[in-house]
Design a binder for this molecule. Structure first.
Ligand SMILES: [Zn+2]
Ligand SMILES: [Zn+2]
Length: 263
């Protein structure tokens, strides 16, 4: 590096010192150690189907009541951590504060979650995945925000996993209203007909990893998985950074992150 360039960088750092994108504490890490220590990773037991955390007394190979009553259209869903504290803050900052440097560490967390499954008894057959599909925003919303966080995460994740990123196959036909304040039934109705598959031959027979930032009630992921299955996808797994657990959850008592559904 030329001395002049180095001097320029040093000057820039004096004016804009590098800081954690989550807590703004000074330091070179995009997410600092203290913020990472507050992540609440989801560990067993959780529902084998939708990945919902379950009380510690639950058996490790259980499927929750909701999934038994109405099996989702995805084969299974997993999330890195709970939608709480610094992990929630990281997702919000990526999405609403345009902190795109967060893409890298968050995509790494997703990749680690995929690789960790190899060490789980009866883990998901993620070795047979053939492509990564982002749950895209509607073009209007993407235009308003200037970027699509699910696409950014999927691109980086697909590089880390050495899988193709199929970002053109799923499209939003409907600019759905924000899911904020809607009941689970209303959420399902809101996303009905929201997605279409633009390139069915690209998904036929494939094992897809569907990527979104937050799993709230699962209705969006479910609607996206349904059209991919209808287009001939062999398997659809959903993966998100966080998982919101309702306030009324008897064992955990975490809040539902409804406010994150703002456009
Ligand atoms: Zn921090
Ligand atoms: Zn479940």
């Amino acid at each position: 590096m030329s001395r002049l360039k180095k001097l320029g960088e040093e000057l820039l750092e004096l004016i804009f010192p590098p800081a954690c994108e989550v807590c703004s504490g000074l330091g070179r890490e995009v997410i600092c150690t203290s913020c990472r220590e507050q992540f609440e990773f989801i560990s067993a037991p959780y529902c084998q189907c939708c990945g919902k955390p379950l009380p510690k007394s639950a058996s490790h190979a259980v499927v929750c009541g909701e999934c038994r009553k109405e099996p989702p259209r995805f084969d299974a869903a997993r999330a890195v951590g709970l939608h709480t504290r610094t992990l929630r803050e990281a997702v919000i900052r990526l999405k609403f504060k345009r902190r795109q440097r967060l893409t890298e560490p968050l995509a790494e967390l997703l990749a680690e979650r995929v690789l960790a499954e190899r060490f789980v008894p009866d883990g998901l057959p993620w070795a047979s995945l053939t492509g990564v599909v982002p749950v895209v925003l509607h073009p209007h919303r993407r235009g308003w925000r200037g970027f699509d966080q699910a696409v950014l995460l999927s691109r980086r994740l697909s590089t880390l996993l050495e899988l193709p990123c199929l970002e053109q196959v799923l499209v939003r036909r409907k600019n759905t209203k924000p899911q904020i304040g809607l009941s689970p039934t209303q959420r399902r109705q809101n996303v009905q007909g929201a997605f279409a598959v633009a390139d069915a031959p690209a998904v036929a027979g494939e094992g897809l990893l569907l990527i979104d930032d937050v799993y709230t009630t699962g209705s969006t992921l479910n609607a996206a998985a349904a059209v991919l299955r209808r287009a001939g996808a062999q398997a659809v797994y959903a993966l998100t950074i966080t998982r919101a657990v309702p306030l009324t959850h008897p064992q955990l008592g975490y809040r539902l992150g409804d406010e994150e559904d703002l456009p």
